[in-house]
Design a protein around this ligand. Structure first.
Ligand code: UD1
Length: 363
């Protein structure tokens, strides 16, 4: 069996690593049966968003980097498609495996299907039903074309069935991002900012913001930063995504308890998460990681494609209103935050389950 695995942007790397590990384990046990090529689209190209993740997660070097880089939604998607088409024509494969919901996921799915190559979508079926998110469009297009779905939740299975997918295409396997978290937690590294900001376990917040809806408008971004900084006296550690840095550097005032820093490596970031009092975020993956770590997560969005982090886990949607944020922080300060449980199959063994299914597929 010949596979082509696609990775392009930071959250993809945590999702692809356990699949590669499981393939390598399977090959070592049974003699080499599954061969794979790893294609990096180059959507993320900074060492801090890409190279360091390959190193820390022990992902083998990509066989090719398509060098897509940044641009508008259409420019980036188009560049990935043009380059991946050439690559796929030169390197025939039985199955293209895409993960998550970034532009690389959708672009490579379209290319593969137009070349009559089958596609499996890891993390298929999740929906925010918010068409202003580029990721929602990526999810819908990818899922309307993919042949197989590896899902993280019961809700994702329902969404897929509601959109016409057949039962036999859907494999409920759990969450590969959580495989990476549970495997790597023991190797977490204390980040440099710990001493610089004089952090103490359970006495600081972590903040991450990078959604266009929160960070593309200066007035809105400035009011969010002010609201967050004034509602707590505790330090707030803010690893700033490059997209967010552009607007952050235009702020006239930054509350003194907000400590901005460069994007962190994976092992540093999970250290910061696991010791935090709570996390304030608009990320998808962080909602899942905090649920598994049992850390309160205040999500500055109106909807989530990961509803089990709210119904089962420690996550709450507070939108982007100051009042809701104040209420959430009060609840936290009064010790009234829910405890949460871990969703079904988020147990660190998803990569193995995916490989088990792959072995049953006929091409
Ligand atoms: C992308 C994903 C998003 C994911 C996020 C994680 C899409 C539509 N969005 O958003 O779902 O949560 O990655 O980080 O695919 N930039 C750099 N260096 C890089 C890459 C980007 O400086 O290595 C800057 C560029 O100025 C670029 C901007 O960040 O214009 C945005 O990058 P882009 O890949 O378009 O989307 P993200 O916001 O990173």
């Amino acid at each position: 069996m010949k596979l082509t695995l696609i990775a392009g942007a930071r959250p993809n790397f945590m999702k692809i690593a356990p699949i590669i590990r499981a393939i390598e384990k399977e090959n070592a046990l049974s003699g080499k049966t599954i061969s794979f090529r790893l294609v990096h689209t180059g959507q993320h190209y900074d060492d801090r968003l890409s190279k360091i993740f390959f190193k820390q997660l022990q992902i083998p070097d990509a066989d090719v980097n398509l060098g897509a880089g940044s641009g508008t939604q259409a420019e980036q998607t188009a560049r990935i498609m043009i380059e991946f088409e050439k690559d796929l024509l030169a390197n025939p494969t039985d199955l293209v495996i895409v993960v998550g919901d970034v532009n690389s996921t959708m672009a490579c799915t379209i290319v593969a299907k137009k070349l009559n190559v089958k596609v499996a979508h890891v993390e298929g079926g999740i929906r925010s039903f918010d068409m202003t998110m580029p990721e929602e469009i990526n999810r819908m297009v990818t899922d309307s074309l993919a042949d197989y779905f590896f899902t993280t939740s019961v809700v994702a299975n329902k969404n897929l069935k509601a959109s016409g997918a057949a039962e036999k295409q859907i494999f409920f396997v759990g969450n590969t991002m959580i495989d990476t978290l549970t495997l790597r937690l023991k190797d977490a590294i204390k980040p440099e900012i710990w001493n610089n900001a004089n952090l103490k376990k359970g006495e600081y917040f972590v903040l991450t913001l990078h959604r266009p809806s929160n960070v593309d408008d200066l007035v809105k971004f400035a009011s969010l930063m002010k609201a967050i900084g004034t509602q707590t006296a505790l330090p707030i550690i803010f690893p700033v995504h490059p997209r967010t840095m552009k607007i952050f550097s235009q702020l006239k005032e930054v509350p003194p308890n907000i400590f901005a820093c460069d994007p962190m490596s994976y092992l540093e970031f999970i250290y910061l998460l696991k010791e935090a009092k709570a996390v304030i975020t608009d990320s998808g993956g962080v909602q899942e990681e905090t649920t598994v770590l049992g850390i309160p997560c205040i999500t500055l969005r109106n909807n989530t494609e990961r509803p089990e982090t709210v119904s089962i886990g420690t996550n709450e949607m507070v939108g982007d209103h100051k009042d809701a944020l104040i209420q959430a922080l009060d609840k936290l300060a009064n010790g009234k935050w829910k405890k949460g449980k871990i969703p079904e199959l988020w147990d660190g063994r998803t990569g193995e389950r995916i490989v088990k299914v792959l072995k049953t597929l006929k091409f």
